[in-house]
Design a protein around this ligand. Structure first.
Ligand code: GH3
Length: 315
């Protein structure tokens, strides 16, 4: 393929390199009480550079999955000592959805009812142990490719394409869960609502493209100064929200003051004058029971910041 040097062979080669690269970072767990099956499957999967972990019982598998949340593929026999493979799969699916873990059921038995039983218990796919090495690899790579596509699409669905920050969907799904966790654990969770002042005038004077560039620059400035573990979201238009878990009020204010005093100087190009935008910020208290309550408080503070003259932080 390499020697032919045709565009098709180069495309094939680059796809191969991409997959090897992906596989090098992909952990697979094989569960079977037969050491012979484990050794055979391990050898075949390692040929494709996958990282392989093995278990001989369902209970051991559950423990390994718990310790290794980055395992992407589980290959499991249904006949195991103790709990069956079906019970184990159902238990795993309570915490590991189809979005993060692919499961391939395996069996040496020729029972035609097995495939349906595996699929009903939470498997993505089923393989007979007598399958060829090629079929094994095709099933493994198809399941991993599908998982990669789900990850890509999930990432895209949670990002604002213009700034690269998270979007509202992420705020109301992921951050909402984090909020509930923080409050239950008695920890604080603050939110800063940030809005560029008189942004509409910037659009009107310098054009929409200059407005877009300013939104992007402000987003990058937020990312540059973002405290560890905090989450930056573009709510929409010129409005941003920063979730600040475990950040006390003085530290939150310090971050926001730095942000306010480091606003990017915007350059609309075409020899037009540069301009120095300002931002207004509202900060929640950190102890609100729900995300909706916290955002309402931060929004009210932002409203007061705007009403009292803009370019300020209100708590
Ligand atoms: P205030 O200080 O009171 O917030 O004034 P403002 O002009 O910023 O008022 P407002 O926040 O209501 O204006 C937001 C404007 O942002 C209105 C809308 O046309 C514009 N806008 C919304 N989304 C985008 C975008 O993606 N790009 C650009 N360039 N403009 C946008």
């Amino acid at each position: 393929y390499v020697l032919k040097d045709s565009p098709a062979s180069l495309a094939y080669l680059s796809e191969l390199v991409r997959r090897v690269d992906r596989n090098l970072n992909t952990k697979v767990l094989i569960v079977d009480d037969s050491c012979h099956t484990l050794a055979l499957l391990k050898k075949r999967l390692r040929l494709y550079c996958l990282q392989v972990v093995t278990a001989t019982t369902g209970e051991q598998a559950l423990e390994i999955l718990h310790q290794n949340p980055d395992i992407k593929l589980l290959i499991i026999d249904h006949l195991l000592p103790g709990a069956t493979g079906f019970d184990i799969m159902m238990s795993i699916r309570r915490t590991r959805s189809f979005n993060t873990l692919a499961i391939i059921g395996i069996s040496a038995t020729e029972d035609p009812a097995l495939t349906a039983k595996f699929l009903k218990s939470g498997a993505n796919d089923f393989l007979n142990k007598a399958c060829t090495p090629e079929e094994l690899m095709l099933r493994v790579s198809q399941n991993l490719n599908q998982l990669d596509r789900i990850t890509e699409l999930t990432e895209m669905a949670h990002r604002d394409p213009m700034t690269g920050l998270f979007n509202r969907r992420h705020l109301y799904n992921h951050v909402d869960q984090l909020h509930q966790y923080q409050i239950k654990a008695g920890k604080e969770m603050r939110y800063a609502m940030i809005d560029i002042d008189r942004f509409k005038q910037i659009n009107d004077r310098f054009g929409h493209e200059a407005g877009d560039n300013l939104i992007i620059s402000v987003a990058h400035r937020i990312l540059d100064l973002l405290p560890p573990n905090s989450i930056a979201v573009r709510i929409g238009g010129d409005e941003f929200c920063v979730a600040l878990p475990d950040i006390d009020e003085p530290t939150a204010k310090q971050f926001l003051s730095e942000l306010r005093s480091s606003m990017p100087i915007a350059d609309p190009g075409n020899n037009q004058h540069t301009f120095a935008p300002t931002i207004s910020v509202g900060l929640s208290e950190g102890t609100e029971n729900t995300l909706a309550d916290a955002l309402r408080v931060a929004d009210r503070c932002l409203y007061r910041a705007k009403k009292s003259g803009r370019n300020r932080i209100v708590v």
